[in-house]
Write a protein that binds this ligand. Sequence first.
Ligand SMILES: C[S@@+](CC[C@H](N)C(=O)[O-])C[C@H]1O[C@@H](n2cnc3c(N)ncnc32)[C@H](O)[C@@H]1O
Length: 257
Amino acid sequence: MEDKKQIHLGSFKVDQIYCGDALELMKGIPDATIDLVITDPPFAIDFRANRSNYNRAQERVLEGYNEIPREKYYDFTLTWMKEVHRILKETGSMFVFSGWTNLKDILNAIDEVGFVTINHLIWKYQFGVFTKRRFVTSHYHILFVAKNENKYKFNKIEHYPEDVWVVKREYWTGKIKTPTKLPLALVKKIILFASDEGDIVFDPFIGSGTVAVAAKILKRHFLGFEIVPQYYRLALERLSNASAELFQTTQEDIKDV
Ligand SMILES: C[S@@+](CC[C@H](N)C(=O)[O-])C[C@H]1O[C@@H](n2cnc3c(N)ncnc32)[C@H](O)[C@@H]1O
């Protein structure tokens, strides 16, 4: 998109990511300007960023993950979600990721803000953390919500698109990464279903930049925010090498059940 005219949203340049607090930065995005929001917000649990699961070498996982205290989580969720509702176009939609521990707050905020829930998707991944006295968690929730149930975009790119998606987590490749990186294949699938080329895709909590990288690969415009400087720098690095990730995911990574 380098050869195209630079698009501005308020004081932000589109096709850029910014380091800062999304709750503050989002106030600078004009009303009804975003086509699609895909986001995996921070958790309210005692998430151990350095735990050695998925065979990750601990020293390679970046520190500084920004958790939200449990008692403030609903207010935090409501604040960012109201802003998302304001900045989405009438045709816009949001896909928000949630583990089961935060799901109640996410669902309540969706209702309170006035979004219409289109689907409750399940992302099934292939390995979870070992447990002794409970089942191993190996799924994630993805809430697909729209501003207007009669106007949201839905490109029916599969004949029988089911609401359980089996997508592998990406294996450790030796590179530095954040503890919560989403698989590129999963984000690409959402973008293809819910947006068109040239649309603006926004993620207020961009982490290692997966949403921006997927949007760039699929010729959508993007905007993203990240509060932790190390993650922000990693996302910038991934974006400058986005074409290298182009062929890393294939249809084999995605299998519906
Ligand atoms: C679950 S992670 C997102 C992971 C991302 N989807 C990826 O694939 O790498 C949530 C991110 O939100 C960031 N974050 C937390 N509070 C924030 C805030 N107020 N503003 C911007 N980013 C924030 C965290 O540092 C973390 O990187």
